[in-house]
Design a protein around this ligand. Structure first.
Ligand code: FAD
Length: 550
């Protein structure tokens, strides 16, 4: 129910209650919005609104979960809320959970509770930009002070864009030059709160406990295996402490070195889901890393160091904030216009780990089961789906990641899909990850594949990356007949990747000829040409797709 402005409680500005609205930023440490809410207030209402759209089951989605999020991320969020509630209780408060359309619930609470200060972390995602503007306008009009500090990122993307004359920097190096050191870097961050004023009278609002998955309507059998990563600030800080305890590892961290097939002990920090939900402050993480650097003789530097990784995050946040339609090909000025195909069968084979390439399929199984995969594993499957082999639109792959990742982040996910599909930022489309030899380099025995694709567990190592080349006698002995127990490859990598490169070359030429302003008609024409096969070429190139086998 929408409350008209006139119904907002006229006395509310005389109260001294504050409302801290949690969305991301699910933490106590380095939380300026929470601190400000607590300062000088007689009572504080810590609110989280469950948006049914985000949290409640959608039986029509392609994986267990809601319309917008896979079940692993919902569970991660519930863990994080339960942990936040428990930390708030230790400080003499609690989390107030309400259900409904977030903007409407919030306005209702402001009215009902006579709130004087509304505090929430600034959010650059388009969804929050629209919602927050609406809420801010309504609150300000009703005389409520609104405090919305930047604390999800190291920098305010708007500052960087302003320094660059109104445009976001589009290379990492130019970003670094503009950004410099964050202004707060040398002053200590507030990492502890000793108490929070009590929760005030909640009136007629129906307050819930943090629900369980079951209470949200999920059934246990929805997912055969859950992510091993549990949500929450306590977990985040524990994971951070463990990471920092190995100073040599932190000092020598170098990406893209590192083994994407390492799953028992991942080769990177796995702090991304905690940064995504703000269970870990990126600023606190940054300061801790700088402290380690101060105490070692030598350390790596951006772009490859751990601080460098955090700066990649900033880079994509800035590019995303300053680019209209960042999450689309159409209307996105920094995105090459490419006539990707709409082959839903190829997309489904990729999404459901049925491409017949064990390296690709194992990664897609890990993504579905764990909601987290290594950066180079993300590279492999994103390249394969788009410019490497299948030539499927990057937006389709982006959607699958957006749903299944526990660290799914609007700016970073879109930015990296633009990168990997050579649509923006990175343009060397001739450099393709082989779905066979890339994984083998790290894991010659194929242990990662054997773990995530158990039907291949007895395949001899010579064939584990290309099981379709194994003689039938070997397949029989390994109890895995290709085409029956595990699919045949959906494409021949050699011919598909050649065809992809050719298509990318033609699409790039078209973009160059038309100065990036490619009409729908021009794109359709090129797509038709691809579909029909290039008649000027002899011999006629092989069609991208082979017959799909199960
Ligand atoms: P570490 O290597 O330990 O890095 C520490 C932190 O730095 C990460 O937690 C993350 O916040 C940041 N970071 C690292 N690499 C990148 C990067 N390339 N771009 C931006 N920030 C980075 N990351 C997400 O957090 N959410 C996403 O939705 C997401 N989608 C991606 C999609 C594709 C196609 C690709 C190729 C990458 C994507 N990434 C995404 C970036 C990166 O793969 C993950 O951040 C990283 O693998 C997370 O693991 P980690 O925390 O162990 O990383």
């Amino acid at each position: 129910m929408k409350l008209p402005l006139s119904l907002l409680n006229p006395n509310m500005s005389s109260g001294s209650g504050s409302l801290i609205w949690f969305r991301k930023g699910l933490r106590i440490h380095d939380n300026p919005a929470l601190e400000y809410a607590a300062r000088g207030s007689t009572c504080v209402y810590p609110l989280f609104v469950i948006d049914p759209h985000y949290m409640e089951p959608d039986p029509n989605a392609f994986s267990p979960g809601s319309t917008l999020a896979g079940i692993n991320r919902i569970r991660f969020l519930l863990d994080s809320l339960a942990d936040l509630d428990s930390s708030l209780k230790k400080l003499g408060s609690r989390l107030l959970v309400l259900k409904g359309e977030p903007g409407e619930v919030l306005i209702r609470c402001l009215n009902e509770w006579g709130v004087k200060k509304l505090c929430f972390e600034y959010d650059t995602d388009p969804y929050y930009q629209a919602l927050d503007n609406k809420v801010k306008n309504r609150a300000s009009a009703a005389g409520i002070e609104v405090f919305s500090p930047v604390s999800h990122t190291l920098f305010n993307p708007a500052d960087i864009i302003e320094k660059n004359g109104g445009r976001p920097p589009l290379t990492y190096q130019s970003f670094l030059k503009l950004a410099g050191e964050p202004s707060w870097a040398c002053s200590p961050l507030s990492v502890e709160l000793s108490s929070i004023p009590p929760v005030g009278n909640v009136g007629r609002c129906e307050i819930l406990q943090v629900p369980t998955l079951k209470e949200l309507g999920y059934v246990e059998e929805d997912q055969d295996e859950f992510t091993p990563f549990r949500g929450g600030e306590s977990e985040a800080l524990k994971r951070l402490r463990e990471t920092l305890s190995d100073k040599e590892w932190v000092a020598n961290f170098e990406k893209p070195k590192g083994d994407p097939s390492a799953y028992i002990k991942p080769a990177t920090t796995v702090l991304s889901p905690y940064l995504k939900f703000g269970c870990l402050s990126s600023r606190y993480f940054y300061q801790c890393l700088k402290d380690v650097y101060k105490n070692v003789k030598r350390h790596t530097s951006p772009p490859v160091s751990l601080v460098g990784q955090l700066l990649w995050r900033e880079f994509f946040y800035t590019a995303a904030f300053g680019t209209p339609n960042f999450d689309k090909m159409k209307g996105n000025k920094i995105c090459k216009q490419i006539p990707w195909n709409d082959d839903d069968k190829l997309l489904a084979a990729w999404r459901e780990a049925r491409t017949g390439f064990p390296w690709i399929d194992a990664i897609m199984v890990q993504l579905r089961k764990w909601g987290w995969i290594h950066h180079l594993a993300r590279h492999s499957v994103a390249c394969f789906l788009t410019r490497g082999d299948l030539f499927v639109h990057w937006e389709k792959g982006r959607d699958v990641f957006e749903r299944l990742l526990i660290d799914s982040d609007w700016a970073i996910n879109n930015g990296n899909w633009l990168w990997l599909s050579c649509s923006s930022f990175f343009y060397q489309y001739n450099r393709i990850y082989s779905p066979v030899s890339f994984g083998r380099k790290y894991d010659p025995n194929g242990n990662y594949i054997r773990y995530f694709l158990p039907m291949l567990k007895d395949m001899p190592k010579e064939y584990i990356y290309e099981p379709w080349t194994a003689p039938l006698s070997v397949q029989t002995k390994a109890k895995c007949i290709i085409g029956k127990d595990y699919p045949k490859p959906v494409v021949s990598h050699d011919s598909a990747s050649k065809e992809c490169k050719k298509r990318m070359g033609e699409a790039y030429a078209l973009n160059q000829r038309l100065n990036g302003v490619v009409s729908e008609e021009e794109l359709r024409k090129l797509r038709r040409k691809f579909d029909e096969g290039d008649e000027e070429q002899e011999p006629k190139p092989k069609r991208l797709r082979q017959k799909l086998t199960d």
